[in-house]
Design a protein around this ligand. Sequence first.
Ligand SMILES: *Cc1c(COP(=O)(O)O)cnc(C)c1O
Length: 395
Amino acid sequence: MHGFETLAIHAGQEPDPVTGAVVPPIYQVSTYKQDGVGGLRGKELGDAARWIDGYEYSRTANPTRGALEECLLALEGGARCLAFASGMAASDCLLRALCRPGDHVLIPLDAYGGTFRLFDKVLQGWNVSYQPVQMSDPAAVRAALAERQARLVWVETPTNPLLGIADLAVLAELVHEAGALLVVDNTFASPYLQQPIALGADAVVHSTTKYIGGHSDVVGGAVVVADPELGARLAFLQNATGAVGGAFDAWLTLRGAKTLGVRMDRHCQNAQRIAEMLASHPDVSEVFYPGLPSHLGHEIAAKQMRGFGGMVSFRARGGPAEALALCGRTRLFTLGESLGGVESLIEHPGRMTHASTAGSALEVPADLVRLSVGIETCDDLIEDLRMALAGAGQG
Ligand SMILES: *Cc1c(COP(=O)(O)O)cnc(C)c1O
């Protein structure tokens, strides 16, 4: 078995059998010539065509998308991967494959705002109910599962935006004992830092828009499942409902995935230094970063992750107004939603990414600022934050 970086560069990416191109071409095509009715081509493309009987129509399968799926499957480990037009499309398809009206799911107490919105505003309308639970507390999860049969438990670790850590091996065991499935949104960690299926998860969801794409130039998503039968159901549903990304999007994402390992190493290094600087800064009241020994989930994160990731959140001592002002004062940290790109971003979750959680159990503190720490020169990033924090009180 090859190492992570080798798989990222080679899995699903055999040189093109026709031309020898070392990178999978962008198959910008909707339909494929058949050699007689039902005589589909494509088997010769090797790994990328492993799951299909040949190419017929690009909603069903496309060689560039197939190469991306093969690569992500190798990186996460599992039975099957499907790539989607966005992280939300991936989540939606997985939930429709698993849940029926009347089903109940447990969701995290803090989670990506769009995921909460999907459960709260969309799936509830189809009579799938949800209950928010503190996933860092296995006893709370066990109690909620004992109270009511759940179809699945949806977990993020680290969470967005509070960087909470859930013990995946412990959760997998108690979720399975309760006859439910464990789904992990692995967007924040990326497969380089954490591989939930190896820890017992049944399915992994990604917004590949974030670290896997890594360059803030493409939106995409993926699901990786441990059970091939579930994989086949998902493939059916993906084709039936159609939330596939285009070939160019798959190609950009695959290009990003090749450097995931080196980028994540640098994201982790920079984030650690920035979290330490913030933790000792007088204008910061609390820092959320699993790499800090003071973080509640530090030991579990150290056990199940290769590094602590590139996301850091903190509370402004000056309160909500100061948190908002800070977001406008940085020069290198760009004010914007999203995360996981090479460039650093800053945002105010309460007003931006997590506005949909206002008034719910998932509401985030109004003095919270979230950083997606990029891979720029770390001294420059620290200087930018110091300068923005020094503006505190100056209006
Ligand atoms: C961004 C994000 C999503 C949604 O992904 P899109 O690609 O924006 O649809 C889901 N989960 C997490 C943790 C995210 O950060």
